[in-house]
Ligand binder design. Structure first.
Ligand SMILES: *Cc1c(COP(=O)(O)O)cnc(C)c1O
Length: 242
């Protein structure tokens, strides 16, 4: 189909632009672009678009709703094309939806409370599973954002590390929108918090999940190891600023 081919060409061309910008951000901060995982947030698109993104080179996808994560996982399996694909859970998770997620998600970015961490560990234990998680931290302190405060995240470390069916891999945050300097402060704050937590607990906490379509260059400059890109990957109407 012509439309499909056009869309696939758009996704491939956009990916080249994204990788250019990522490479430049890595270069100015003395990092290697290969240190940064690019996760394509597929929450607004269907399996066909995900397959296009796979063809363009994306290997990691993220969903923010448990049911949709399940649906995508099934659709992807049915496509028969995406061997080795990784799906992450990046959105708010309610305890009654945990089962839908732990069988399909490689990494859960959005563990926003100790209560949720305990509930995930309990469900995982009953299935003999080990679930990789990040603690979601509200670094900017905006009332609209969920997650641990930085102080709470440090305080939660002992308890989280004591949960037998969780593997704590790092931290995640979201920056205030439309404010580059606040975004930078949020990302550097996340990195500093991670460094402190690493010293507290001795785990590597290698994953810094931060940076979205509008601010991923800044996030990479500040140390992000995983950017979560939605509109910029999939939406032809999203305008890249130059
Ligand atoms: C939607 C979403 C993104 C992607 O946002 P864009 O601005 O479209 O890149 C990243 N992280 C989370 C948690 C999201 O829900």
């Amino acid at each position: 189909m012509g439309d499909q081919a056009t869309y696939e060409a758009f996704v491939a061309q956009r990916r080249a632009q994204i990788m250019d910008r990522l490479g430049e951000a890595a270069r100015v901060s003395g990092r290697d672009a290969s240190e940064v995982c690019v996760l394509a947030v597929s929450k607004t698109v269907g399996v066909d678009e995900v397959v296009c993104a796979w063809h363009a080179g994306y290997r990691v996808f993220g969903e923010n709703r448990p049911q949709e994560l399940r649906r995508k996982a099934e659709g992807i399996a049915a496509s028969g094309e995406m061997d080795g694909v990784r799906l992450d859970m990046i959105g708010n998770l309610q305890t009654n939806k945990i089962n839908q997620v732990i069988s399909s998600a490689y990494l859960v970015h959005s563990v926003s409370s100790l209560h949720l961490a305990e509930a995930i560990s309990k469900r995982a234990a009953s299935r003999d599973a080990l679930v990789r998680i990040l603690l979601e931290v509200n670094v900017s302190g905006e009332a609209s954002k969920s997650g641990f405060s930085p102080v709470e995240a440090r305080e939660a470390l002992d308890r989280v590390m004591g949960l037998p069916s969780l593997s704590l891999e790092g931290v995640m945050t979201m920056a205030p929108a439309h404010d580059a300097s606040a975004a930078r402060a949020t990302f550097s704050g996340l990195r500093e918090l991670r460094d402190t937590m690493r010293a507290d607990c001795g785990l590597p906490l290698d994953v810094l999940s931060c940076g979205m379509s509008d601010d991923f260059g800044i996030a990479v400059e500040e140390g992000s190891t995983l950017v979560r890109l939605g509109r910029i990957v999939f939406d032809p109407a999203y305008e890249l600023d130059v």
